[in-house]
Design a protein around this ligand. Structure first.
Ligand code: GDP
Length: 295
């Protein structure tokens, strides 16, 4: 994951690692390399600059230069700043209410349906919940079948109304169904388009108004870099979502989305998803991710 960013950072640190002494000049050169590595990983330039200015501030001066191993200290400074950029602490999924209603939103192909299945599986196995999956995509008939297949694999019921052309009504009915069937979590998989459009935003906002979800998760393909961040902004302005799910971390992703989203929308990444198997969902821990990036 983020191999190229990791390699670039490792190279940047060569200037200071293993050295008994470093100078402000070494620090400046390292910081410059870090900034280039971040920009090449598709981190927005402003974020990369602010990030490295902070690192430079902390790494310049007596404390680091006089440290026993100044290079190590500098790596630690970068690690802490990376974790901070991604939100610092892990953020929990909100599971209030009975049933707790979770709305899943995002563009088509971002991995919403796959994630919905993974989340249901996670809640069932790890949290002892009894989830109901809801197919609220009225435009792609195949979406219902896809969710049903996933539900079948994990033993979770799927609510759908193949003949209804009103996603809001489906979502409302699904919550009623959850009440009557004693399901304590409802996961609503909504429709997505290939690009943000007004009709899609209006529909998902109407579902939000109708079922008042306790949690809204925005799902985004991490491989789309800065586009992911721009899309997040549009969805957040409209939905005020509670958290982000970064998918396809198993692919050739550069890291830009993971590192920039928190800064841009001020919402935490809650889960990262890597792979198509249903047990490859992980709670997102900024510090662990920072550690992985630094190797
Ligand atoms: P949706 O249109 O947002 O519901 O997206 P889907 O869940 O249908 O996913 C779109 C495609 O991406 C499918 O082929 C999935 O199998 C694939 N996919 C979803 N999540 C991941 C992931 O974490 N890693 C990889 N490699 N592929 C994924």
């Amino acid at each position: 994951m983020f191999e190229s960013l990791s390699e670039r950072l490792e190279t940047a640190f060569k200037q200071v690692k293993g050295q008994g002494r470093i100078t402000d000049l070494n620090v400046a050169a390292t910081v410059k390399e870090i900034r280039k590595a971040l920009v090449d990983a598709d981190v927005n330039y402003k974020i990369a600059k602010e990030f490295t200015d902070k690192v430079k501030d902390k790494a310049t001066g007596e404390k680091v230069i006089n440290a026993i191993s100044p290079g190590q200290l500098m790596v630690k400074i970068v690690k802490d700043e990376l974790a901070g950029l991604m939100g610092g602490e892990a953020s929990e999924l909100v599971l209030k209410g009975n049933p707790a209603v979770i709305l899943i939103a995002g563009l088509q192909g971002s991995g919403k349906t796959t994630f919905s299945g993974k989340l249901a599986n996670y809640l069932k196995l790890k949290k002892g919940k009894s989830p109901l999956l809801v197919a609220a995509d009225i435009y792609r008939p195949a979406a219902i079948d896809q969710l049903k297949v996933l539900g079948g694999q994990i033993g979770v019921d799927v609510y759908s109304e193949p003949d209804t052309k009103d996603a809001v009504q489906i979502a409302r009915n699904a919550v009623k169904e959850a009440h009557s069937k004693n399901k304590n979590v409802v996961i609503i998989d909504t429709a997505g388009r290939l690009a943000v459009d007004e009709a899609m935003m209006a529909e998902v906002a109407a579902i939000k108004d109708a079922v008042q979800p306790q949690e809204i998760l925005f799902v985004v393909d991490s491989m789309t870099g800065q586009d992911a961040v721009n899309t997040a902004k549009v969805f957040n302005d409209r939905l005020d979502f509670g958290g982000v799910v970064l998918t396809k971390l198993d692919g050739d992703t550069r890291g830009g989305a993971a590192l920039s989203i928190r800064y841009i929308v001020d919402k935490p990444i809650k889960f990262v998803s890597s792979g198509e198997k249903l047990d490859t969902l992980d709670v997102f821990y900024p510090e662990r991710m920072a550690q992985r990036i630094l190797g």
